[in-house]
Design a protein around this ligand. Structure first.
Ligand code: HEM
Length: 154
């Protein structure tokens, strides 16, 4: 009788331990959220480097350079900083974008669908240069495509 009780108790304790271990695994799995796109891209410095390369390509592209040629040095710096902040915020980073809305900033520039496509091609070239993996590239392009309707006018 005493032995049977001891067995029952051992089995009960075993089940309890298995239950606790299972819960710990579940909690750990749920408690490690996927890293933000910001982190997966490499954080602020990586985003700033990507932005500089990207803007450099736009500013020297024969079709797109006209959009940027009239900007003062300081205006270019401001646009650059705002693009960094916007990408940082849009990818889940700690930045706050304080620039104008995409609609306001681009209204009247007459950006065409083709300008947009050329821009996206430059971005992909930049991302390839920085060896950004395909998944991160797709996530970033998906985030930016949401802005297209506010940027493209023609
Ligand atoms: C990938 C999508 C794009 C993003 C995320 C983006 C983002 C931005 C941001 C954050 C600013 C600064 C706004 C401010 O300072 O308040 C800006 C300004 C500007 N963007 Fe874009 N842009 C995009 C596409 C384009 C395209 C396709 C063009 C032209 C081909 C363009 C031309 C400009 C110009 C000329 C300005 C300066 C406007 C001004 O200061 O008056 N952008 N953009």
């Amino acid at each position: 009788m005493k032995d049977a009780f001891r067995w029952e108790r051992t089995i009960l304790i075993l089940f309890l331990l298995i239950g606790l271990a299972g819960n710990a695994i579940l909690i750990r799995a749920a408690g490690t959220p996927e890293k933000s796109l910001y982190s997966r891209l490499g954080g602020y410095d990586a985003i700033a480097a990507v932005t500089d390369d990207f803007i450099g390509r736009l500013a020297t592209d024969p079709q797109l350079s006209r959009f940027f040629s009239g900007l003062s040095v300081d205006s270019k710096k401001r646009v650059r900083e705002h693009v960094v902040d916007q990408l940082c915020e849009a990818t889940g980073g700690p930045c706050v974008y304080t620039g104008r809305t995409m609609k306001t900033a681009h209204a009247g520039l007459g950006i065409t669908n083709n300008d947009w496509n050329v821009t996206v091609n430059h971005l992909v070239e930049t991302l390839n240069k920085f060896n950004v993996p395909e998944r991160e590239q797709n996530d970033l392009l998906t985030a930016l495509t949401k802005l297209k309707a506010d940027i493209v006018e023609k």
